[in-house]
Design a protein around this ligand. Structure first.
Ligand code: ATP
Ligand code: MG
Length: 593
């Protein structure tokens, strides 16, 4: 599989690429120095010129598993850095002490790596934790207080809400807004030292209570919250708000282009306010990071909200975060989507100023495009019934004779070699390759019709046996002499149908899981609908199948195209060499339209 992101085709331009190209041309971020690690203005000023032409970052909150929307953001941020001689940082935005866990940190690291990206550049690992910046964030808060740019507000939460105003009404000043810097500083230190109860006070930026942008009406920048943080433990009982922390994280890391989703557009003025003030105060180095917003990626037939994904897992609707029907990166991986198919989905969807909906079929198309040229082929019979060749002994002199057959591992790639299997007096075929009374256009097995057993020989159907209940138990046929594939004159007998098969004598038993979309509606949660009401009852169908012997002993996460059936992968959890389990990633064609 092509997992080298650099091997991908050139990406279409988009507004972010336009901005970066313009910035590189005008030298907007030139002259930056980089202290080798994140740090304040003095730290970076002492360093050499930043070797990275741009810096981007992917900043997940470690409070859940990443999904396809995050994959979009990963590909965008890491991809832009790669394309423009930059570096992309992986930063855990772990400023909220309550919901974050090490398990998610580990899973995120693994997912980003698996997608093919790395945060090492020039021997430095740019993997960061926002919680490492708590000291600086607090120092910056004191500086804002001392400059008269922040104050401790001890109004109740309700009063704060009420005095904020709304779209039509300007806010009104808090009675605490006029405190002196010295009073505020003393109070802030009391907050920090645990002398105030949770919720008793907050630190607010002092901006403009009448601003038409409600986010600028003295937003909260610190709150009191006694909670044990996964990295800093009980060291802090005050925590910075995301909107204050995020611009600081970007600036400390020398980020040039801080790319986020559209819902943060209204926060951009505050992002700039924080950075400009702290740069004026000499704490942060200029030029400062700039925030750019792009539209979210939504995929049809899935839900991506973390809450809804958690419900799917918690209620047992799926079998875990990595259930192959989940749009999590781990789910998609286990299902068999390759890193390059996910990157192709992300890159192909560009970046625009509106949220986009991509049809799930696009992802399947990307997977087929990735695997068509690389996945080895094999035959598998998913709904098996026996086909008996009744003149076998007559033809080969013995009922035990097995005729060796071979086929290319890949039709366009002879260098991948041949697969070997044996044709005998009984083979497994698909149940629906036989019809007593053939519908119009049916060219497979029915009494009197001839078909080719692919890579084998031509047989003529003579009938079938059914059990008392009428269920098909055996299809009967006679083989035609001198029709062996690859022998002279084999094509003298013309047939309209070719069917896939595996030999009863040498087939391997395998469990095959036919995965399909989890929901029957493109937008399962549209208009507030409960997604539980539109679950696809056939999203997971387990069958016991027969597969080609060449697949014996294959490893986990091995991709294969089962001829006629689609792309499959050995399950990365349940597959065993002696008990194969294959997941269907997708069929060969889109059957949903
Ligand atoms: P969710 O809302 O699904 O829980 P989130 O935004 O809370 O996701 P974060 O961990 O904060 O999750 O996201 C990390 C990054 O991924 C952010 O920069 C965010 O904007 C981006 N991101 C999340 N979902 C999408 C999406 N659907 N499309 C593009 N980017 C996304
Ligand atoms: Mg978020």
């Amino acid at each position: 599989m092509a997992t080298d992101p650099k091997a991908a085709p050139p990406k279409p331009s988009n507004f972010l690429r336009g901005i970066i190209e313009r910035d590189l041309e005008t030298g907007a971020h030139a002259g930056r120095r980089f202290g080798g690690t994140p740090g304040d203005a003095a730290h970076h000023r002492a360093g050499p010129p930043d070797p990275a032409r741009i810096r981007t970052r992917f900043p997940p909150e470690p409070n859940g598993y990443l999904h396809v929307g995050h994959a979009k953001s990963i590909c965008l941020n890491f991809g832009l850095a790669q394309d423009y001689g930059g570096v992309c940082h992986l930063r855990f935005d772990d400023t909220n002490p309550e919901k974050e866990e090490q398990e998610f940190v580990d899973a995120i690291i693994e997912a980003v790596h698996w997608l093919g990206f790395d945060w090492n550049a020039g021997g430095t690992s740019h993997l960061y934790y926002a919680s490492d910046y708590f000291d600086f964030m607090y120092r910056a808060a004191e500086a804002l207080v001392q400059a008269g740019l922040a104050y401790v507000d001890e109004q109740s939460a309700e009063a704060m809400r009420e005095t904020r105003g709304d779209f039509n009404t300007p806010g009104t000043a808090s009675p605490f807004r006029g405190r002196t810097p010295a009073e505020n500083l003393a109070r802030l230190r009391e907050m920090r030292d645990g002398r105030l109860a949770d919720g008793a006070a907050v630190l607010r930026a002092k901006i403009d209570m009448a601003s038409p942008n409600i986010n600028l009406r003295d937003p909260t920048i610190y709150r009191i919250k006694r909670a044990t943080h996964h990295a800093t433990g009980d060291r802090w009982c005050i925590y910075p708000m995301y909107t204050y922390a995020h611009p600081i994280e970007d600036a400390l890391e020398n980020i040039t282009h801080s790319i986020c989703t559209l819902e943060f557009e209204d926060q951009r003025p505050f992002y700039d306010w924080v950075l400009e003030r702290l740069a004026d105060l000499g704490l942060l180095a200029r030029p400062l990071p700039r925030q750019y917003e792009f539209g979210r990626l939504n995929l049809s037939y899935v839900v991506t909200s973390k809450r809804k994904l958690r419900e799917l897992v918690g209620e047992g609707i799926v079998e875990g975060w990595d259930d192959p029907r989940m749009p999590t990166i781990f789910g998609m991986r286990r299902r068999g989507y390759t890193p390059s198919s996910i990157r192709a989905l992300a890159d192909g969807s560009g970046a625009s100023k509106t949220n986009i909906w991509l049809d799930y079929a696009v992802l399947d198309g990307c997977l087929r495009a990735d695997l068509e040229g690389s996945a080895p082929r094999a035959m598998a019979v998913l709904d098996p019934v026996r086909l008996a060749i009744t003149n076998w002994a007559e033809l080969y002199g013995s009922a035990d004779h097995l005729e060796p057959c071979h086929a290319p591992a890949h039709p366009q790639r002879p260098e991948l070699g041949q697969r070997e299997f044996k044709l005998g007096p009984e083979v497994w075929i698909e149940r629906d390759d036989y019809a007593e009374a053939p519908p119009k256009g049916f060219f497979r097995l029915y009494p009197g019709n001839k078909v080719r057993l692919k890579y084998g020989l031509v047989v003529e159907c003579t009938g079938a046996e059914r059990d008392a209940a009428g269920r098909l138990v055996r299809v009967l046929a006679r083989a035609l002499p001198d029709t062996r594939s690859g022998t002279p004159g084999a094509d003298a007998v013309k047939v309209k149908g070719t069917i896939t098969w595996v030999g009863v004598a040498d087939a391997l038993a395998a469990t095959v899981v036919l995965y399909d979309r989890l929901f029957t509606e493109a937008q399962p949660d549209a208009g507030g609908r409960d997604f539980r009401s539109v679950l696809n009852p056939r999203s997971k169908v387990v069958v016991e199948a027969w597969i080609e012997p060449a697949l014996a002993g294959c490893a986990r996460e091995h991709h294969v195209q089962f001829e006629r059936h689609g792309y499959f992968v050995t399950d990365r959890v349940t597959h065993r060499a002696d008990r194969p389990v294959f997941n269907r990633v997708t069929t060969l064609r889109d059957g949903w339209a």
